[in-house]
Design a protein around this ligand. Structure first.
Ligand code: NAP
Length: 335
């Protein structure tokens, strides 16, 4: 990687709005960038670097990673680490960088789950891959029913107290698990900063108690897969494009998920978006941010054009009651 000639845009903080993360002192950008599938070996390094630069130039101060992002596992952290060293080192104090452990990462009984052994070893590995002294947020990536919650949350507390992370987070915990986790964390003195659940027009499970729970616990919420991995865009309306997530054989977005009923819904939502003078992707992002309790929308982007367009979602008019009803009607008709 060449030596950096990167100088961040001087006006980067004029372009972005920031929301307070729950009851904490931390602000996060309304749009954050995740490195799940577009920063491994399948996407060109030059594009990765350009997307990260563009994001920061537009005020996206938060980059989200996990131990198993790639492919292969670990590769996104390695690639990010290289780009960070070349471009972002001078800006470390302007960045919120997160990582996680919870899903399978290495063979044997200590390479997945919620044990203290796994979380701490994995956090150390992530720091090494990224070349960082600390991450800003370290998450338990999923609830582990086989590990006492006291152990998992105790490990997050240890990770923060030892200086490996500044804040603790949880991902995809249900409301009851979230309440229990918050109580343990509060007792230990390391409150959970943030919850990271999936949320988009096609997956609204968090409306059924989780958002209220997070509000009660003073936790922020950052929503992943806001575009349902690309389904909530027009890209699949006329087949599966080469180079798209579904077209590249991603395990998380199989072609059979792109069925006729989904495409009919996407087409109908696209009409609503057109009437709002925006793309469906932009409407999907703005729709999530309609609830002020959502701190940030965590997008994935495989190009600068996508990223720019996603951030432009923030420059749109608030939803009218009529538009919200139209969206509800379309979604209710989805079989
Ligand atoms: N905590 C967890 O368990 C968990 C799980 C999943 C994700 N996450 C986090 O959430 C982040 C985002 O998840 P995600 O990648 O599924 O998010 P997403 O934003 O729903 O999907 C990203 C994909 O949508 C497409 N896209 C984005 N903007 C577009 C635009 N303007 N026009 C057309 N297509 C567009 C791209 O598809 P193509 O690649 O086809 O171009 C892109 O790769 C991840 O990177 C990760 O940080 C967390």
């Amino acid at each position: 990687m060449s030596l950096s000639s990167y100088v961040a845009a001087p006006d980067r903080y004029h372009q972005m709005s920031y929301r307070r993360c729950g009851a904490s002192g931390l602000m996060l950008p309304e749009v954050s960038l995740g490195l799940w599938q577009n920063f491994g070996d399948l996407h060109p390094g030059g594009t990765q670097r350009a997307v990260l630069r563009e994001a920061f130039d537009r005020g996206v101060t938060h980059f989200d990673l996990a131990n198993n992002y790639g492919p292969p596992y670990g590769q996104a952290e390695l690639n990010f680490g290289r780009i960070f060293a070349a471009d972002f080192k001078p800006y470390r104090d302007e960045l919120i960088i997160s990582s996680k452990a919870g899903y399978d990462m290495w063979p044997g009984p200590y390479g997945e789950g919620g044990s203290r052994k796994y979380l701490i070893a994995s956090c150390d590995q992530s720091l090494k891959r990224m070349g960082l002294d600390y991450v800003d947020i370290f998450y338990s990536h999923r609830f582990d029913p086989d590990t006492p919650l006291e152990e998992t949350i105790g490990a997050l507390d240890q990770i923060v107290r030892s200086g490996r992370a500044l804040y603790a987070g949880i991902s995809s915990y249900d409301p009851e698990q979230t309440t229990r986790a918050a109580a343990i964390a509060d007792r230990l003195g390391t409150p959970i900063l943030i919850h990271q659940p999936r949320y988009n027009m096609f997956d609204r499970w968090i409306e059924d108690g989780l958002v209220d729970t997070c509000e009660q616990q003073g936790m922020g919420i950052i929503c992943f897969s806001p575009l349902a991995q690309g389904l909530l865009t027009s890209k699949y309306l006329h087949g599966i494009p080469e180079g798209s997530r579904a077209g590249m054989g991603s395990r998380s977005l199989a072609p059979d998920q792109i069925d006729r009923s989904t495409l009919e819904t996407v087409a109908a939502l696209t009409e609503v978006a057109k009437d709002r003078d925006q793309t469906l992707a932009q409407m999907a992002i703005a729709w999530i941010l309609r609830d002020p309790r959502i701190t940030s929308v965590l997008v994935g982007a495989s190009s600068i054009t996508q990223l720019d367009s996603d951030i432009d979602a923030l420059n749109t008019n608030p939803f009218t009651e009529e538009e919200l009803v139209r969206i509800e009607t379309v979604l209710a008709e989805r079989r």
